[in-house]
Design a protein around this ligand. Structure first.
Ligand SMILES: [Zn+2]
Length: 179
């Protein structure tokens, strides 16, 4: 697997809104995994079906800013089922995704509902390449040990049973993502 084909869709490419307030610079210690999940009351939704390219990321950013009152999209990276990776908040700045851990973590969100969906091979491949990209920037990170599921920190099902199981297996086997 080479990283030559790996590309992150930058904010400007998906038309990100410029945040009102300056970012808070951070030095990350861990990576937190999230999923999109589902709308309230619709636990069986196949969320990845609603992904419509860059517009869906802009929609999400709008939702986080206008509905939740945040400064920007919650996460640093969004991985879609087809393997596309989007840049969210700039790496090295605080996200807004996990209370008490925003200033020490990198947030990766998988665009799906992994209580009912399986992790697509293409998104898994992108995830591995993204981890390598992060490791190049932050050599001190002990991957996969430093990866956490959102549910490790808060009372939530996020990132869904299937995705959190996968993360736990990767950690349990101390899987070598650099191979
Ligand atoms: Zn989450």
């Amino acid at each position: 697997m080479t990283s030559s084909a790996f590309r992150i869709i930058k904010r400007a490419e998906w038309g990100a809104i410029t945040p009102k307030f300056p970012y808070i610079n951070i030095f990350p210690e861990r990576i937190v995994i999230h999923h999109y999940g589902m709308e309230v009351g619709r636990p069986r939704t196949i969320t990845s079906k609603y992904y419509k390219g860059p517009d869906s990321i802009l929609y999400l950013q709008n939702k986080h800013i206008k509905k939740l009152g945040l400064n920007d999209i919650k996460y640093h990276f969004i991985i879609c089922q087809d393997g596309t990776v989007y840049e969210g908040r700039p790496l090295g700045t605080a996200g807004c995704h996990c209370k008490s851990y925003d200033n020490t973590t990198i947030a990766i969100m998988f665009y799906g509902n992994y209580n009912v969906e399986q992790v697509d091979k293409r998104s898994l491949k992108s995830f591995i390449l993204l981890l390598r990209y992060i490791k190049e920037k932050y050599k001190h990170l002990n991957i996969p040990k430093c990866i956490k599921n959102h549910r490790d920190y808060e009372l939530t099902l996020c990132p869904g049973h299937n995705l959190s199981n996968l993360i736990n297996i990767m950690k349990l086997r101390n899987w070598n993502f650099e191979e």
